[in-house]
Design a protein around this ligand. Structure first.
Ligand SMILES: Cc1cc2nc3c(=O)[nH]c(=O)nc-3n(C[C@H](O)[C@H](O)[C@H](O)COP(=O)(O)O)c2cc1C
Length: 326
């Protein structure tokens, strides 16, 4: 059984990529993940605010105390550029699978290209960009934000030789148009989608409450829809991130066009050994369906053969609403 899959121009031994998270803070954990079957590792993000001293101060002013029981294992970890590069070096000398760096910013301007060069120099196999941003200023128009994103991606892809991918938010008016434009700017891959960590309201304290909730498989459905739409439109790599908990979830992502799945929550819940379970489930399913390679079924359920995907989506929407009878 051949589980190899191309991703960002890299050849991965299987589609299971450890998503951006604190797992790579410890090289022994990174090695365990590799030994358990991870095909690539994405380091936690280096935040724009840590590259820009003014941003660091703004962050300190705006931050509040927060925590999530489930995640106490991940102690606060201030990431600074020099430390990030050192950790990347440690990882590269410890594991043989690709190590992907992650940059996270809302409007990183001139900060990213220079640091991206340093990441490349330190051996990063690729860089994933996360433009996490909740735009609250009514004076900022959508096209301004997307134009800046595209400019930033274009700058980076013309600065470094390693592949650059974008972890996209689902909250764009035309995700398809943006994804195509990102590819034109040189993005080697799109990760579908970033998760947004919404604050809840604590009604006893009458206060907003931030917490990091792990995902479940229901979050995958939004990803599957968009993988199916984007897969025929793009030549670059696609990854599903958000909600992949089982081998069935992985198979669904591959069927809708993903080259890889980025997993975090399932690893936090079950530890590295779950990668063996996921891989075994994928192999079993492929055997049952007489597939010997992922390429034989990748994208089988994307919308390539659908003459009008928008009409198809709308028809499905109406059908679902009509399926319930009083
Ligand atoms: C503890 C934790 C830390 C994370 N840190 C980052 C990060 O630094 N940068 C980033 O882009 N995503 C980060 N993520 C998001 C994950 O990379 C991933 O996209 C998300 O968890 C969805 O995958 P999942 O459903 O398998 O959890 C983090 C997630 C968790 C749970």
């Amino acid at each position: 059984m051949n589980l190899a899959t191309p991703y960002l121009g890299l050849s991965l031994r299987n589609p299971f990529v450890v998503g951006a998270s604190p797992f790579c803070d410890d090289v022994s954990v990174a090695r365990q993940l590799q030994d358990a079957g991870a095909a690539a590792l994405i380091m936690r993000s280096l935040f724009e605010e840590h590259l820009d001293p003014a941003g660091s101060h703004a962050l300190a002013r705006a931050s509040t105390t927060e925590g999530a029981d489930e995640l106490t294992a991940f102690a606060p970890y201030q990431v600074f550029p020099a430390r990030y590069l050192r950790q990347l070096g440690h990882l590269k000398s410890t594991v043989t699978i690709p190590v992907i760096a992650s940059l996270n910013g809302r409007d990183p301007g001139g900060y990213w290209p220079e640091f991206a060069l340093q990441l490349e120099g330190a051996g990063a196999d690729a860089i994933e960009l996360n433009f996490y941003r909740v735009v609250t200023d009514p004076a900022i128009a959508a096209d301004h934000i997307e134009t800046e994103m595209l400019r930033t991606v274009g700058n980076l892809t013309s600065t470094v030789r390693i592949p650059v991918s974008v972890k996209l938010s689902p909250f764009h008016a035309s995700v398809a148009q943006l994804a195509v434009a990102l590819e034109l700017e040189g993005a080697a891959g799109i990760s579908v989608f970033d998760r947004f960590y919404q604050p809840d309201i604590n009604i006893d304290d009458i206060a907003a409450q931030t917490q990091l909730r792990l995902s479940d498989s229901t979050e995958l459905l939004l990803r599957l829809r968009w993988l199916a739409i984007l897969s025929p439109l793009l030549s670059c790599s696609l990854a599903a991130t958000g909600g992949v908990q089982t081998s069935a979830d992985t198979i669904k992502a591959l069927l809708t066009g993903a080259h890889a799945v980025e997993v975090v929550s399932v690893l936090i819940r079950h530890g590295p050994s779950v990668l063996g379970t996921l891989r075994q489930g994928l192999e079993n399913w492929m055997r049952e369906h007489n597939f010997s390679e992922i390429d034989q079924f990748r994208g089988m359920l994307d919308l390539a053969r659908c003459p009008d995907p928008e009409a198809f989506e709308r028809a499905n929407y109406i059908r679902v609403l009509h399926s319930w009878k009083a």
